[in-house]
Write a new protein. Structure first.
Lengths: 473, 476
């Protein structure tokens, strides 16, 4: 039941917040933070437990089956932490409704990662689009962005739905996530595979399906985009691991070339574009495209080391991209712009803000000692081991470029002479500091001690690892 | 044929008789009811009559019986379709609580009940005569209902419906005549003779019959009437028409293709219908994009939704039938809910139908906006609504019966439709600084209750997917 409450509590509280009429911003933030804290505690407490209730018995079996798996456990924790930090950092007009949307988003995404049933997974996949859509409509700058986000992702969701239905008909049950004895065979399987794959690749995103992403990331208010970029984009990667790799390994292997090519293009394209952007949020958005491209290659290389690296990097990217977006939110709320051309010299007056941005940016560019480095290193080793030499070499170029765009981001905002017409505001307050502290701390801890994420793998990757054993040469 | 008519035969017609008599009672009571309550007397009597019919009808579930020598067949199939029609009539009648000229309410309610009788008759029709009887009863009452408003568009709507529907009936009648010519019988049961499989008369007859059906279901390219008629008709009538005509006609169609064709010819004979269904899914949803009127929007939506339901029937499997019924039931509640919300916003059924009036609704009446959002999401097939589950079930049937291309058409159609529905949702949540909270319309308790019930059902059906098992259509 605890695991069920993990999904229901944020959704119920979120809906209740939408209805009440109390507009006190501090109260909404406190409630939101308490709920997020509850999900964090409950996620740890309910680790390994399951809850199931039969949903359909015809035409295929489906259940309301919740429970974490080895990989989703980390995503759930990441989501809870990111939501907690983001809610603490929230300071927007119509706060109550915004916090409500944040909680609905958290609930829907917890449902996605905890779902052990494909149909349930598809349900939450569609459901998690709605809070972002409504937030873009209510708080975003451009309505067109909301449409683009929704149409792209919903189209992906429909492919997922069709594939899920076909999966159910073929296998007779969709209650399969986390099971290791499911192997799909048949003439339909390539279609099913691509149905899933398109949804996942749109969500991640990879080139050329990414065009919704920079707009969405720059128009969504920072607290929400922190959660969307840190965790929602991982829904696609999680799906590739938990569904693509686990149930249809032969097809992932057969089409690995396509994934690697798309991954490499995203990797390079994202990095090159990030260098040229003047909008600070877009720099981070394109850097996401680049970083997640690397993870796609890691998954397609079908190698146990690369997979480990991918999981580490998924968590690391979540932490630093959430931190970056929150920091950019603070910068924007202080200076009312996020253009790197206009900004400059904030570091002198805001040392704490500059320090936080420094750590997050260094983690993003892969400095040893921070979490990003471990993930990149392990992934590159894995890709190389798997025999993808050229992609591994190409993947080095964006690492150099990452230094360029991340340092450019930092310099553009923090260094240089103080710009006279920018207002001087006070440094991070205690609440803002509290919002960033867990993320920054986690980046350092995981960078120094990545074992926290890798030691558990012996039992953890059972489902996937068994297919990998057959998979690596 | 069995010439003797027993009491059981008459009992089979009891639900229809109850509704028909309720209509008479409504008319008579209107003569004696005081002017200021006559509206509520008519609605109350109508609701009581329908509820009684619903209970009586449900009792027949599981007791298959062919009344009048097979002319009217009672079984799980007819019960389910009749209940859907009854629900549609209930959901529409209560909308008269807020809409329409008080003096005409009794007449309108009575006509609506008689129209429901026609649809209920179609649900159990076992031969061509009963089908046509039911269809004409349904349609004749609707022609009058469409014209029962003071606007010129209402008369245009009625006239257009009359003319085009009559043409379709002509097609259907000619088809029936050819079917009779081929088989020498009007009973659906006699069309299954293997010898007829290669008889061209049967093919042409069935083709014309299906053209008539396609018109009544407003499938593309026979759909052009429905947006105009829906727009002109009074709101409760549109609500009723959008569900009951479809339910009645689908019942006839499903019985015809499941039980009244010689073995083996269905895949070939019906292929054009499935193609038309696929086109409807796409074209209906594309048509929605340009609409500025809720009734027109829902008319186009209905064109596509019927396409989805047909996709479930394409395989001819029992499960497909169950899912078609599930989706039809879900659609009934989503649609009635949307119309109930529209009724909340209007004094005369007009304000609630113009989409411009939904702008900023969330500020004026957050609950109404939330309910409308839920219904539109359900029509689009998003979770957590019955529309989502219904689409999954239809997809699974179409994939497993070899009609995956219908599933793909459904997906494409749904993707297009999402934009149209979300446009309305977006308008509702648009912020207008000048708007005042709660300057919305007077409380209309009946419509609120109706909308709330629809909300509960639309969500509940997602989690308890009831699909009755005993629903295969019978012929005797």
């Amino acid at each position: 039941m605890l695991v069920l409450s993990l999904v229901l509590v944020p959704i119920v509280v979120g809906l209740a917040l939408l209805v009440v009429r109390n507009e006190n911003p501090t109260m909404s933030r406190t409630i939101g933070a308490l709920v997020a804290l509850y999900t964090l505690v409950a996620a740890v407490a309910s680790h390994g437990s399951e809850w199931s209730y039969r949903w359909l018995s015809r035409p295929f079996e489906a259940s309301f089956h919740f429970g974490d798996t080895a990989i989703s456990y980390w995503l759930v924790l990441l989501l809870a932490i990111c939501t907690l930090c983001a809610i603490l950092a929230t300071n927007v007009p119509r706060q109550r409704a915004f916090i409500a949307q944040m909680l609905l988003l958290e609930g829907a995404m917890l449902g996605l990662f905890l779902a052990r049933d494909l149909l349930l997974f598809a349900l939450f996949w569609d459901l998690m689009l709605l809070p972002v859509f409504f937030t873009l409509l209510g708080w975003g700058e451009h309505v067109a962005t909301a449409w683009r986000y929704f149409i792209y992702n919903f189209a992906g969701g429909l492919c997922l739905l069709l594939a899920t239905a076909a999966f159910g008909m073929l296998f007779g049950s969709t209650d399969v996530i986390g099971r290791s004895d499911v192997h799909l065979v048949g003439a339909w399987v390539p279609w099913i595979f691509w149905g899933f794959a398109i949804a996942f690749l749109v969500k991640t995103p990879v080139w050329p399906l990414h065009t919704w992403m920079p707009l969405t990331y720059s128009d969504t208010p920072s607290p929400m985009v922190a959660v969307v970029s840190a965790v929602q984009s991982k829904g696609g990667l999680y799906g590739l691991i938990a569904i693509g790799m686990a149930f249809m390994p032969d097809y992932l292997k057969a089409y690995a070339g396509i994934f690697v090519v798309l991954g490499v293009i995203s990797l390079l394209y994202g990095a090159f574009v990030a260098v040229t952007q003047n909008d600070a949020k877009r720099v981070v958005a394109y850097s996401s495209l680049s970083h997640l491209g690397l993870i796609v290659i890691a998954l397609a290389s079908f190698n146990a080391t690369a997979l480990q690296g991918a999981v580490i990097y998924i968590v690391a990217h979540g932490l630093f991209s959430a931190a970056l977006f929150l920091i950019l939110g603070f910068v924007e709320s202080r200076e009312e712009t996020r253009s790197l051309v206009r900004l400059g010299g904030l570091g002198a007056a805001n040392p704490r803000l500059a320090g936080a941005l420094c750590i997050a940016a260094l983690a993003a560019l892969g400095l040893p000692g921070l979490a990003g480095f471990v993930g990149e290193l392990v992934i590159l080793t894995g890709i190389f081991q798997a025999g993808f030499t050229i992609p591994a070499i190409l993947a080095l170029i964006p690492i150099v470029l990452a230094s360029a765009y991340m340092l450019r981001l930092f310099q553009g905002i923090m260094n240089g002479p103080e710009v006279p017409d920018l207002p001087v505001r006070r440094d991070l307050g205690w609440l803002e500091g509290l919002a960033l502290a867990p993320l920054v701390l986690a980046l350092v801890v995981l960078g120094v001690n990545p074992h926290a994420l890798t030691t558990f793998d012996a039992s953890a990757y059972n489902a996937v690892a068994s297919t990998l054993q057959g998979g690596t040469r | 044929m069995n010439p003797t008519v027993t009491n059981a035969d008459w009992y089979a017609l009891a639900p229809i008789a109850i509704v028909a008599i309720a209509a008479l009672v409504v008319l008579i009571a209107d003569l004696f009811a005081p002017k200021h309550v006559n509206r509520y007397v008519a609605i109350a009597l109508g609701v009581i009559g329908l509820a009684a019919a619903g209970i009586d009808c449900a009792a027949a579930y599981g007791h298959d019986y062919a009344a009048f020598g097979g002319a009217f067949i009672v079984g799980g199939f007819s019960v389910v379709f009749q209940e859907i029609v009854i629900v549609a009539a209930l959901g529409s009648i209560v909308l008269y609580g807020a809409i329409g000229n008080g003096e005409r309410i009794a007449g309108a309610v009575a006509l609506l009940l008689w129209s429901a009788c026609g649809a209920m008759l179609m649900a159990g029709a076992g031969n061509l005569m009963t089908i046509f009887l039911g269809l004409e009863l349904l349609s004749l009452a609707l022609y009058c209902l469409c014209g029962l408003a003071d606007r010129p568009t209402a008369r245009e709507s009625a006239f257009k419906y009359l003319i085009l529907s009559s043409v379709a009936s002509g097609f259907m009648l000619y088809g029936m005549a050819l079917l009779f010519g081929a088989s020498g019988s009007v009973a659906l049961a006699d069309f299954t003779a293997p010898a007829l499989a290669s008889n061209p008369l049967l093919w042409i007859g069935a083709g014309l019959f299906l053209v008539g059906i396609s018109f009544k279901l407003s499938l593309v390219p026979f759909h052009a009437w429905s947006p105009d008629v829906y727009e002109g008709a009074p709101l409760p009538v549109t609500a009723f028409m959008s569900v009951a005509t479809k339910a009645g006609t689908l019942a006839v169609f499903a019985r015809f293709i499941y039980a009244a064709l010689p073995a083996g010819i269905a895949p070939k004979l019906l292929l054009p219908i499935w193609i038309v269904a696929a086109i409807s899914m796409i074209a209906g949803n594309v048509g929605m994009l340009a609409q500025h009127d809720l009734k027109r929007l829902l008319a186009y939506s209905g064109i596509a939704q019927v396409g989805y339901i047909l996709a479930a029937l394409a395989g001819g499997t029992p499960l497909g039938m169950r899912y078609a019924i599930f989706y039809l039931a879900a659609y009934t509640f989503m649609n009635l809910g949307a119309f109930a919300v529209a009724a909340l916003l209007s004094d005369d059924g007009e304000q609630g139908s113009r989409l411009a009036n939904y702008r900023g609704l969330a500020q004026r009446s957050p609950v109404a906006a939330a309910m409308m959002t839920l219904f539109l999401l359900a029509l689009a097939g998003l979770p957590p609504t019955a529309g989502f589950l219904g689409k999954i079930l239809i997809l699974s049937t179409s994939v497993s019966t070899g009609y995956a291309w219908l599933g793909i058409a459904l997906i494409v159609g749904t993707a297009i439709s999402l934009y149209a529905y979300a446009k309305v949702i977006r308008a509702m949540y648009e912020r207008n600084e000048h708007a005042h909270a709660h300057d919305a319309h007077p409380s209309v308790p009946l419509a609120w209750v109706s909308a709330a019930i629809c909300v509960v059902v639309v969500i509940a059906l997602t989690f308890y997917p009831l699909t009755p098992s005993n629903v295969l259509p019978l012929v005797r």
